[in-house]
Design a protein around this ligand. Structure first.
Ligand code: C2E
Ligand code: MG
Ligand code: MG
Length: 709
C-alpha cells in the first residue's frame, strides 16, 4: 500500500508521484470527500470527509479497487451504490474508472445507501494526475453531497409526472396551450370530445377547432391574460369536430408564468356541456317537466343525475339512485280508471318530494316510476333511512275518486360506487332493474342492484329477443295435463301448458318466459300461438271429443280483439267452441273493465267454458264472480297441499266446495300429489281434480286418449 504509514493523527501526507508530498493536511479537512487511486486503480488515500460521506471507515476503502467498491456484492462495505434510475451503479461508469481508461476528467451522480440505513446523493468528479510518459495516470476523485438538489429535482419530476398522469386520466378535457394558441399537450378526453386523436390536435391551434362565432371572444380574453390584466377566465364556447358537428364546452383557462412573471403557457380545461345546453334549451321550451306531477321528467332527471355524479365524484363522496315504483298502479288504472291512476301518481309524487325534502332530487320516470337522487351517502351502503322515510310518507291512506287507497312503493336502489364507477345512464338502468327485483318481493319492498340482477336482466333480454323467432321456429309446444273425475279418476279434460323447447337451454318452463313475454308485450302473440296449437290438437283428436283448457293472461283480453282471435283459431281447425276452455286469473276477472268484460261475455256466448285459475290466492269474492260469465274455479294448489293437515285449509276447502256445488260451478282441485290429498279433497266435496297423482303434463305424443270418460 503506497504512501500510507504511521498511525492515526500523524499520517503521512497524500503522496504524489515519486513519493514527494503531494497534498498536505489541508485536503484532509476539506468539506469535499477526496479519494486517490494509484495507477493500478487501488485506493491509496481517503479523507475523513470521504469516509463520512460514504458512511464507512477508511480501512474498508483503502487498498480496494473499483470492482470491490461497486461490485453487486459489496461485502466489505455493506452499502449499496445506485445510479439516478435506482439501478445498481455500473463500475464501468465510475468516474475514476472512466478517467483511468481515457485520461479525461469524468463526472457522475451516485446514490449511496449507507450501512446505517441513511442515504445520500453524491456528485463525483475525477481528474487524472499525470505521472510520467507512458505510465497510467493516478486519479484523484472528489465528491460532494448533492442530496438536497437531487431530491428537489426528483420531487419536481414526480410532480410533473403526476401532472402528466392527471392530464392523461382526467375525466374532463385538458390541454397545455402555447401563447400563440398551439396545442402543446392534449389529453385523450379533450381529443375524444373534439372527435380527433391527441396526435392530430398537438401542433394545431385552438383557433382551428373553435367555432368562428366564438373565436373573437376567446382571443380577446386570452389577450387580457397575456396583458396581465387577468390571470384566468371561463367561457362557454363551441368547438367544431371534423364531421362538422358542434360541441359545446365550458372552458376554463389559466396562465402559467415563470418566476419572473412572464407567461409561459396556458392550461385549459374543457367540460363537454352539449347535453346540458340542450337540456337548458329544452327547459326554456318547457318540455323538461312532467305536467302531471310538476317534477323533472326523465330527460332532465338524467341530466341532473349526470351533474350529481360528477359533483360527488369530485368531492370523493358516494351517491345512490332510487327508482320508486307505485305498487298496484295498474290495478287502480284497470279498476277505477286512468283519472284515478293519475291522481294516485300525483299524490305519491308529492309525498316522495315531502320525504326527500328537495324537489330537485326527485324526477318522474316512465309509467309508475319516480327517481330519487341521494347524494353524499355512506360508501357502499343503501340509504335505508331515506327509503323508510319515503315508504312511510307514501303509505298514508288517500281518497281517490271516492275510494280509499293505501299506496305503497317498491324501491330499486343503485349505488354509484361500484368498483368501476357507473355512468349516469347505467345508474338509471340499474335502479330500474333493481325495482323489478323489489317488486318481486311484494308491496313496499326494496332491493339493491347487484350484478347478479344484471345477469338476470340480460337473461330476460335474451328471452325477449329469442321468443318471437322461437314461435316461428316451432320451439313453443304444449304439454297436456289431465283433469280427472275424482270418482273414476278418468280424464274429462286436459289443461294445455306452454313449454319452450330451446335449442341450447333445453326445456324452459312457463314461469320463466310468460312473465317476460307479458312485460315485453309479446304475450298477445304468444297467446295467439298457444291458441292455435291447442285448436290444432283439438282438431286432430275430434273423435275423442276431449276438452282442452288454455291459460290466458290478463293483458291478452284486448278490446274486442281476443274473442275474434279465438273464433278464428277454432274455425281454422274446425273445432267446436264447447271443446275449448279458458283459464283466467283472478285479477283479470275482478278488474275486468268495460272492454275486457265484454270480451269475457263474447267468449262465453261463443260457448267457451271460462274458469278461474288459482282460486284463493287473490281477493276474489264469490259474489263478484257471479257478475261475470265465469262458471268454474280451480282451487289453488296451496289449499290442496294443506288439506288433511291444516284444519283451516280443510274448512275453507269444504266451504268453497259446497259453494261451487250450490252455484252449479265446475270445481277443480289443483295440485293433487298424494292419495291422502286425493281422499281429502274428495271428502271435502270436490268432484274434479288435477295433479301429479293423476298425470303430469306430457307432450301430445305421450298422451293416451283411448280411456277418456
Ligand atoms: P297454472 O295454470 O296454475 O298451471 C298449473 C301448474 O301447476 C302447471 O305448472 C303444472 O305443471 C303444475 N302442476 C300440476 N299438477 C301439479 C302437482 O301435482 N304438483 C305441483 N307441484 N305442480 C303441479 P306449469 O306448467 O309450470 O305452469 C305454470 C303457470 O304458467 C301456469 O299455472 C299458468 O299460469 C302459466 N302458463 C302455462 N302455460 C301458459 C300459457 O300458454 N299462457 C299463459 N298465459 N300462461 C301459461
Ligand atoms: Mg292454469
Ligand atoms: Mg293454476
Amino acid at each position: 500500500m503506497t504512501g500510507r504509514e504511521g498511525t492515526e493523527g500523524e499520517r503521512a501526507p497524500l503522496v504524489g508521484h515519486g513519493g514527494e508530498p503531494f497534498l498536505t493536511g489541508v485536503v484532509r479537512w476539506l468539506q469535499e470527500g477526496v479519494v486517490l487511486h494509484d495507477a493500478s486503480g487501488r485506493i491509496v488515500e481517503v479523507t475523513p470527509a470521504a469516509c463520512e460521506l460514504l458512511g464507512v471507515p477508511e480501512e474498508y476503502l483503502l487498498g480496494t479497487i473499483d470492482d470491490d467498491v461497486f461490485g453487486s456484492e459489496p461485502v466489505r462495505t455493506g452499502w449499496r451504490l445506485v445510479d439516478l434510475e435506482g439501478e445498481l451503479f455500473d463500475p464501468e461508469q465510475a468516474p475514476s474508472s472512466i478517467t483511468a481508461r481515457t485520461g479525461e476528467p469524468a463526472t457522475a451522480v451516485m446514490g449511496v445507501h449507507r450501512p446505517d440505513g441513511t442515504q445520500v446523493w453524491l456528485g463525483l468528479f475525477s481528474v487524472p494526475i499525470p505521472v510520467g510518459d507512458g505510465e497510467a495516470p493516478w486519479v484523484i476523485s472528489t465528491f460532494v453531497d448533492i442530496t438536497a438538489r437531487i431530491e428537489a429535482e426528483k420531487r419536481l419530476s414526480e410532480s410533473e409526472q403526476r401532472f402528466r398522469l392527471t392530464l392523461q386520466h382526467a375525466p374532463i378535457g385538458m390541454a397545455i396551450v402555447g401563447l400563440d394558441g398551439t396545442y402543446l399537450e392534449v389529453n385523450p378526453e379533450l381529443a375524444k370530445m373534439l372527435g380527433r386523436t391527441p396526435q392530430q390536435l398537438v401542433g394545431s391551434t385552438f383557433q382551428a377547432v373553435t367555432h368562428p362565432d366564438d373565436l373573437e371572444g376567446d382571443l380577446a380574453l386570452s389577450q387580457q391574460v397575456l396583458d396581465g390584466r387577468i390571470d384566468s377566465f371561463e367561457m362557454e364556447k363551441r368547438f367544431l369536430t371534423p364531421d362538422g358537428s358542434v360541441v359545446w364546452g365550458h372552458l376554463a383557462v389559466a396562465v402559467v408564468r415563470d418566476p419572473e412573471g412572464r407567461p409561459l403557457h396556458f392550461v385549459s380545461q374543457v367540460e363537454d356541456i352539449t347535453e346540458a345546453r340542450r337540456a337548458r334549451e329544452l327547459l326554456a321550451e318547457g318540455v323538461l317537466f312532467d305536467p302531471l306531477t310538476g317534477l323533472a321528467n326523465r330527460v332532465l332527471t338524467a341530466d341532473r343525475l349526470r351533474q350529481a355524479v360528477a359533483r360527488n365524484r369530485r368531492a370523493g363522496r358516494s351517491l345512490a339512485l332510487l327508482c320508486c315504483g307505485i305498487d298496484g298502479l295498474k290495478r287502480v288504472n284497470d279498476s277505477l280508471g286512468h283519472a284515478a291512476g293519475d291522481a294516485l301518481i300525483a299524490t305519491v309524487g308529492a309525498r316522495i318530494v315531502e320525504a326527500v325534502g328537495v324537489a330537485d332530487r326527485v324526477g318522474r320516470g316512465d309509467g309508475d316510476e319516480f327517481f330519487v337522487v341521494a347524494e353524499g351517502i355512506d360508501r357502499g351502503v343503501a340509504p335505508v333511512e331515506l327509503i323508510e322515510r319515503i315508504n312511510e310518507a307514501v303509505s298514508a291512506p288517500v281518497e281517490v275518486l271516492g275510494h280509499e287507497l293505501r299506496p305503497a312503493v317498491s324501491i330499486g336502489v343503485a349505488l354509484e360506487d361500484e368498483p368501476d364507477p357507473a355512468p349516469a345512464a347505467h345508474l338509471l338502468h340499474d335502479a330500474t332493474t333493481a325495482l323489478f327485483e323489489a317488486k318481486g318481493q311484494g308491496r313496499g319492498g326494496w332491493a339493491l342492484f347487484e350484478r347478479r340482477i344484471r345477469a338476470r336482466a340480460v337473461q330476460r333480454l335474451t328471452i325477449e329477443s329469442e321468443l318471437g323467432p322461437a314461435m316461428a321456429n316451432g320451439e313453443i309446444e304444449l304439454h297436456y295435463q289431465p283433469i280427472v273425475d275424482l270418482d273414476t279418476r278418468v280424464p274429462v279434460a286436459y289443461e294445455a301448458l306452454a313449454r319452450w323447447r330451446h335449442p341450447r337451454h333445453g326445456l324452459i318452463m312457463p314461469a320463466r318466459f310468460i312473465p317476460v313475454a307479458e312485460e315485453a308485450g309479446l304475450i298477445g302473440d304468444l297467446g295467439v300461438h298457444v291458441l292455435d296449437l291447442a285448436c290444432g290438437f283439438l282438431g286432430r283428436h275430434a273423435e275423442s271429443g276431449i276438452q282442452v283448457f288454455v291459460n290466458v293472461s290478463p293483458s291478452q283480453l284486448g278490446p274486442g280483439f281476443f274473442p275474434s282471435v279465438v273464433a278464428s283459431a277454432l274455425g281454422r281447425h274446425g273445432v267446436e267452441p264447447t271443446r275449448l276452455g279458458i283459464e283466467l286469473t283472478e285479477s283479470t276477472v275482478l278488474h275486468a273493465t268495460g272492454s275486457s268484460y265484454r270480451a269475457l261475455q263474447e267468449l262465453a256466448e261463443l260457448g267457451i267454458d271460462l274458469v278461474l285459475d288459482d282460486f284463493g290466492t287473490g281477493y276474489s269474492a264469490i259474489a263478484a264472480l257471479l257478475a261475470t260469465p265465469i262458471r268454474g274455479i280451480k282451487l289453488d294448489r296451496s289449499f290442496t297441499s294443506r288439506v288433511g293437515v291444516d284444519p283451516q285449509a280443510d274448512l275453507v276447502t269444504r266451504a268453497l266446495g259446497g259453494m261451487v256445488e250450490a252455484l252449479g260451478f265446475r270445481g277443480v282441485a289443483e295440485g293433487v300429489e298424494t292419495e291422502a290429498q286425493f281422499a281429502a279433497v274428495r271428502e271435502l266435496g270436490w268432484r274434479l281434480g288435477q295433479g301429479w297423482l293423476f298425470g303430469r303434463p306430457v307432450p301430445e305424443g305421450e298422451l293416451d286418449l283411448s280411456d277418456l270418460g
